[in-house]
Structures are given as C-alpha cells and as structure tokens.
Design a protein around this ligand. Sequence first.
Ligand code: GLC
Length: 553
Amino acid sequence: MDGRNARDDWWRHAVVYQIYPRSFADASGDGIGDIAGIRSKLPHLAALGVDAIWISPWYPSPMADAGYDVSDYRDIEPLFGTLAEADALIAEAHEAGIKIIIDIVPNHTSDQHALFQAALAAAPGSPERELYVFREGRGTDNELPPNDWQSNFGGPAWTRVPDGQWYLHLFAPAQPDVNWRHPEVRAEFEQTLRFWFDRGIDGFRIDVAHGLEKDWELPDLDGLVFPLADDAEADHPHWDQPAVHEIFREWRRIADEYSPARAFCGEIWVGRPHRLAAYLRPDELHTAFNFDFLMAPWLLGELRSVIDATIASHAAVGAPPTWVLGNHDVCRPVSRYAREQAGLKPMARHLDDFAELPADFDLGRLRTRSAALLMLALPGGAYVYQGEELGLPEAEGIPAEALQDPIWFQSGGTEKGRDGCRVPLPWNASGDSLGFSPEGSAAPWLPQPSDWTALAADAQDGVPDSTLELYRAALKLRHQLDELGDGTLRWLDGPADTLVFTRPAGAGEHRFECWTNFGVASVTLPQGRVLLASGDLDADGNLPSDTTVWMSR
Ligand code: GLC
C-alpha cells in the first residue's frame, strides 16, 4: 500500500470496495455471508489493491430489508458473527493497509428496535411515540393516512397501529422513520457514531442521508416529483430539507474529534450537482456517491457533461469527486450497458427499468471494462461494488419464489427489485455454491446463475485478459502513478467520438492520458506507451470501439 493511504485525507482518492455481507462469503455454512467469510477473503481484497472497504449493515436485524432495518446499532447480527469478530476484522483490515467504513441507517430503525417497541406499547401522545412519526389519520374515522406520501418501495408511507394512529415509513412498514427533531434521537445516533469510532472504524456510509429531516407539518405532495426540476420549485417535504445540514455539521464535529479524523460518505439522491455539493461543504460530509455518473448512459456527450458538472460542483466546495458504477440497489453495469443506451429514461437504474430491452452481454462487459478504466482515471475517489471486479452481470432469471426484496412484495409482484445484483459471489469454478459456502452447506440465500463458473475468482486469477486482472492492474497503477487519485483533469482534443484527458501532475517527464473510444470505427492512438487497455487493441494497434486505454506519453 502506498503512503497516500496512510494520510488523514485518504478519502480524497480512495478506491472503496463495497461488501454486501449477506452475499460476499459464507464461512459458517448457513448460505448467508458473514464476518468470518470477509476475514477469509482479506487476501483477495489486499491483492485487488483497494484502499478501503465499506460494509453494508451488519447489525442485528430482522432482515425485512436485508439489514437496512436495524434493531440494535451497537451490536453485530448473529447471522454475521459477533462483536469480537468485528473487532478482529477491523484490526486485520488495518494490518493489511485497508480502511474500514460501515453503514449507518439513521432515517429509520427496524420495527423491532426497542425504542419502536416501546413507542408501540405506549399511548398516543406519549413521550415514547415522539421519537418516531406517529400521527392521527384523516377521514371521518381516522381511516385514511395522514397525508399522501408514498413508500419508496411502493404503497402508502403510513401504517396504522391497533389504537388507530398511523406511523411514517418512507421505506418498508418494518422501517419506521425516526423524528430527527427530537434531542434523544440525535443523542442516540451520536452515541452510535462514537461507539464504532472508538472501536477503530474509519468512517460511515450514511444511508438515505437526504431524508432525515422532514417538513414536520407533513404537507401533501400533491403530485410533486423528486428530484425537483429547478430551485424555483417548492421544497420537497421529505427529501433534501435544508435542516438536514445541521445534523451533518454536528456529525462532522464528532468525526473531527478523532485522530486520525474519521470520514463520511453520504448516500444522497438529489438529482442536481449543486444540491449534492451543499452536503460536502467543509464542515459537513467528506464525500458522497455520484449517482449521476452511475445513471449516465454509455454515451460520450452525456458522460462528459456529468464529469464536467461533477468536477465543477465539487471544486466549488473543495470536496473530492467520487465515481461509482454499481451498488446493492441498482442493476449491475454489465447488464445496464448491454442495452441500447440512447433513449434510456432519466434515473433508469433498476433492472425493471430496462429488462424488456434486448441485451448483448459481451458488449455490456466490454463497455463495463472500459467504464471501469475511465472511472479509475478520473480525479477523486471511486467505489467498486463486490463482483464488479469479476465482471458479474445482473442475475436476471431469479425465480419469483426465490425473490426476497421488499420491492417485489410491496409492488405486488410487478417489480423484481434489487435481488439480481445481490446474488452470492462465485469464488471457485467448481463446488455446490461456487465456493461461496463450504462444501455441503445450505444453499446460498439467493440462487446463483448456472453460467457463472467461468466468472469465478479462481477461474480469473492469473488470466491476463480477465476482468479480475484488469482491476488489479488498474488499482496497482493508481498507487504507482502520482497523477492518479485526487487532483485535476484536463480534456484533450482527440479524434471524433473519443473522450481523451490527461491528469497533470507537476513537471514529470511523461504525461498520463486516458483514451476512450465511443465510436464504431477504431481510432489511431498517438505515439506513447500503452500502460493498460480495457480490451484488445486491433491488429494495427488502434483503439477499437468501447475500449479505454491508459497511456504514458
Ligand atoms: C438505502 C439502501 C437500500 C435500502 C434503503 C432503505 O437506499 O442503500 O438498500 O433499502 O436505503 O434503508
């Protein structure tokens, strides 16, 4: 690991690998991934060359939303292991030079959390109910929800309890929203931050960070669509409320008490770059996911404008940009890029958004490899979702009876949701669960596609043109070349249909260039040395369609 990763501002350039613990590696043999499995794969992560890992929620949870329904923020889910194992993982990751970020879910708890259970047991109007969002309904007999807000997973955002009151849940009914106006809620979460910071965690990924504050008058949406089209529109009553920034200023003060200072990455869906950047002012969050990049179609003009807008908006607040192609909530990029890119609807990101379109998976993989090299050459940090380094596609054929995402249930079986990107990883080309669990274990919690053997990590290990070796080589070069990581970008004039930029770094003899060809015909590369290519160059050494190279000139 290079010296940059030992610096306090490691988050300005880090490649962060997302671990979805249910699906990463299962050591206990119950078909569900666990902390022991993560520990066993640390050598894979160190060899890959990632700077940090982010672990999706590992807390005790009834698993109504795969762990994003937390019933105790200061312990470990027994399916995943114990606090002692978490401590061991933190220590071992640090020994390997890898930082560790965990998920915090502050918008809602599980309905099994002690505070929500106490609220249910207490009377309407009691102090216990104040910690959540309980209201009387509308209609003659309280029989209608208090307003027209909808759950993100489908259906009304309100559920009625036996005494007649309703509670708010922007996600599943098993995920009641908490009342961020209440000092006890703030104190609870601050205690959780400290609990994990004290155990050596390097930072948090903040779930639904733009949702914590609401317009507490709880007005109807009346058809208001988010993201809002422009600033002239009325505020949205439950996304991106201005008061949310004060919460993160307080969290930043806490992170800064530690040495080295701890870092935050926000999950913030706000649509417009300057609204996102507002969360990244110097006294707020350090970084945020760049979902505009993730959702941008594989088209030169659209990608370039997202890159420009990202860099400009982040520079305005002094924050490093980040780049991301996938996560546990969206269709894997191989399958997204396998579809015709022109005409994808705005915000298209779930398999359900384009499952009907014809798919060319070889093309999808070619473009994804190209996108990965492009992304890893851009200034700032990057996120790699587990399995991207293997080139996994979305599992599109999971049978209905195996689906588990609450979206599937709350949409009444009309939307498959996110299970297709959450399928347990193939580690070995042979064996019952492709090495996900020990032989003879329970079946993986989601079925693995039968054609994943060639994509298994051990089938790609040491194979020069494999996706795994491409990622390893790219991350190695990121550590070796001073130009890569944080810094600036300068566009260069390339041939038609190419995106070409350099990453200036002082007065080096050589200059780094990243070339991507979005056109149909191959283009001639300039004099220089090709450091890495996302696919084969053609016989004349020219850059074919949908291919990216890193060059030293
Ligand atoms: C975030 C998570 C997602 C979860 C939701 C509710 O968007 O990434 O997986 O379902 O929040 O917690």
